[in-house]
Structures are given as structure tokens and as C-alpha cells.
Design a protein. Structure first.
Length: 328
């Protein structure tokens, strides 16, 4: 009881109060604690909060902006390159989904006509592979985005309207509206053979894309994204890389893009602070190393506070990210 009383008094003093007589001490200190918490909460949402100008405008026009844009950041750093975004499982999963994690509520999505979505094939050294695609696929794409799934996934994951909070449905709609192309592909594995598959698809779509070609990788698929930096031929075909719920790769610092003044591939890293599969701290430290070791390198980091492994895929603001990459 004495320890609890002393802790309460300390908290009371932190709020700028005084120790009162024993009469009513418990009630007054409780009120002081509430007042302190309320004051802190007010300050955190006041004009003193770091400003953020996003989401960035550009080639990708708004679509369901109110639902998907980032909420007011908890922290902003490096001129907006670093964002800590609030995440609440009750709000961002339970209130958003009809069946948590599996099926989003219908008003979060706008289904495309069936004949708009295509299933196609491409060849690599390992054989023939299928991919799902939407948009301008045969030439003149204003931007092409290729999604590389994680372990246990397939081409359907990046095309699912109802999983991941409807975020892939938003991406499909925005890319179609922008005159771009969006692709979610199969590949052999997460080793060198699978990387050759992804590289072959990139090679196929580079001449069909008049704008930027962006590759986004989820979880274990990040092996392929990091390998893109190491392969000079493939790196020259890519204009942006997005690492979602992944891990760092120290080889980046010796890669051609990291040591080039003319071909620096924009890099976006996003993580959940409660990710049980890949801890966020290595990617956050990696971001800081890039900022300090390669001044001016186009890199951003978005951390979803209390988000787990699936939070970046569910919560990334595709419009903000793609417009940033397109602007560089």
C-alpha cells in the first residue's frame, strides 16, 4: 500500500500538483492522475503534434480516400520520410471486416467487371507461370506494379478483394483508373529459381510500361525484392521497391543503386511494431543506416504502432507510396 501510495504521489507531482493532507488523498490523487492523462492526451493531439502533408498527390488519383489514408501520425521524422501511424486491431480489423482477417465489409471495396481482370502466363528458365492482372497490359502503361507474395501465398493473394481489408481491391481500382497495370504473380520458390521467375516477368513488362515499374514484396517475398538491387540488369528495369513486413539485407550498401548517383531506386519499408514473425527493429535500424550512410537516398519508413505481421499489407496507403515513387 505504501509503495502504491508513493507511486501515486510521484505521478501526481509529474502533473504539477502538490501532496494534499490525508483527508481525501485517494480521491484527489485519482483525479490528478486522470487530469494528467487527459492533459497528455490533449497535448498529443494538439497543434504541437508533428505535421504531415500527405497523402501525396500525383498520377494515382484518390479512391476511397477516407477509408484508406493514414490517420494522423503519432510521430513524424526526417521531413515526413519516417511515419509512425496508429493502428488499432479493434478498429482496423474487427470493425472493418465482416469476418475478421478473411472478409472485409462490402462498402470498403468496389468490384471490377469480371472481364476486366485477366489471368495470363509468362515463361522463365524454370517453365511457365501464371499471374493475375488488371489494366493496360499490352503496352503504354502509365505505371506497372508487380506484387510478390510471401510464404504460403500465390497469385490470388494480391488480387483478393476481401482479404487484407480490401487494400488490394483499392490498388486494382486505382491502377485501372490511372491507365496503369497491376500484376500479382506466381513463382517457383524463394530461392534463385524463384528470383529468375520474377526477373523474367519484370523483363517482359519493362518495354510495355511507359512510366515507372514498381515491385512490392510481402514477408518472405522480400528475398526477391532485395535481390533486385544486386542484379544490375534487373535493377535498371525497376523504378521503385516496396518492402512489406520483411527484413533488411546488408548487401544493399554494396549494390549498384546504393552506389550510383543516377540510378537510385526509391525504397519504401513498412512494418508493424508487434510483428511476431519479423521484428520491426532491424528494418527500422536499417532505414536509419541508409539515411546516415547514403545522404539523399530516396527511402521512407512507415511503422504501424501495435500492428502485427499483416498490418503493412492491410494498411499501406498505396496512393501515397506510388505517387511518391512516381515523383522521383
Amino acid at each position: 500500500m505504501t509503495v502504491a501510495r508513493n507511486m501515486t504521489k510521484a505521478a501526481f507531482h509529474q502533473c504539477g500538483g502538490r501532496v494534499i493532507t490525508r483527508l481525501g488523498l485517494g480521491i484527489l490523487m485519482l483525479l490528478a492522475l486522470v487530469s494528467c492523462q487527459t492533459s497528455s492526451a490533449f497535448r498529443s493531439n494538439s497543434a504541437d503534434k508533428p505535421a504531415w502533408n500527405g497523402p501525396q498527390s500525383g498520377i494515382i488519383a484518390p479512391f476511397k480516400e477516407a477509408q484508406f489514408k493514414y490517420r494522423t501520425p503519432l510521430e513524424v521524422g526526417d521531413g515526413g520520410a519516417y511515419l509512425k501511424i496508429p493502428y488499432d486491431e479493434l478498429k482496423d480489423i474487427n470493425e472493418r471486416d465482416e469476418i475478421p482477417v478473411r472478409k472485409v465489409k462490402s462498402w470498403w471495396v468496389r468490384r471490377l467487371p469480371r472481364d476486366t481482370e485477366k489471368e495470363r502466363e509468362f515463361r522463365s528458365s524454370s517453365g511457365t507461370h501464371k499471374y493475375k492482372a488488371v489494366g493496360k497490359l499490352d503496352g503504354g502503361s502509365a505505371m506497372t506494379v508487380i506484387y510478390v507474395h510471401g510464404r504460403g501465398g500465390n497469385r490470388f493473394w494480391g488480387f483478393d478483394d476481401e482479404r487484407f481489408g480490401g487494400n488490394f481491391n483499392r490498388l486494382k481500382n486505382m491502377m485501372l483508373k490511372a491507365g496503369g497495370a497491376y500484376i500479382s504473380t506466381d513463382f517457383t520458390d524463394f530461392e534463385s529459381t524463384g528470383f529468375s521467375d520474377v526477373a523474367a516477368l519484370i523483363k517482359k513488362y519493362r518495354p510495355l510500361t511507359k512510366g515507372k515499374l514498381i515491385v512490392a514484396c510481402g514477408s518472405m517475398g522480400n528475398f526477391h525484392c532485395w535481390n533486385l538491387f544486386q542484379n544490375s540488369a534487373t535493377a535498371n528495369r525497376v523504378d521503385g521497391i516496396i518492402v512489406l513486413a520483411g527484413f533488411p539485407d546488408p548487401r544493399f550498401f554494396s549494390s549498384p543503386p546504393a552506389n550510383s548517383a543516377s540510378k537510385r531506386i526509391p525504397l519504401m519499408i513498412s512494418h508493424g511494431s508487434w510483428d511476431p514473425d519479423y521484428n520491426y527493429k532491424p528494418t527500422q535500424d536499417f532505414y536509419r543506416q541508409i539515411k546516415s550512410r547514403i545522404p539523399g537516398y530516396p527511402v521512407r519508413y512507415v511503422l504501424f504502432e501495435t500492428g502485427k505481421h499483416g498490418a503493412p499489407v492491410r494498411m499501406i496507403d498505396w496512393r501515397d507510396t506510388l505517387n511518391w515513387m512516381d515523383s522521383l
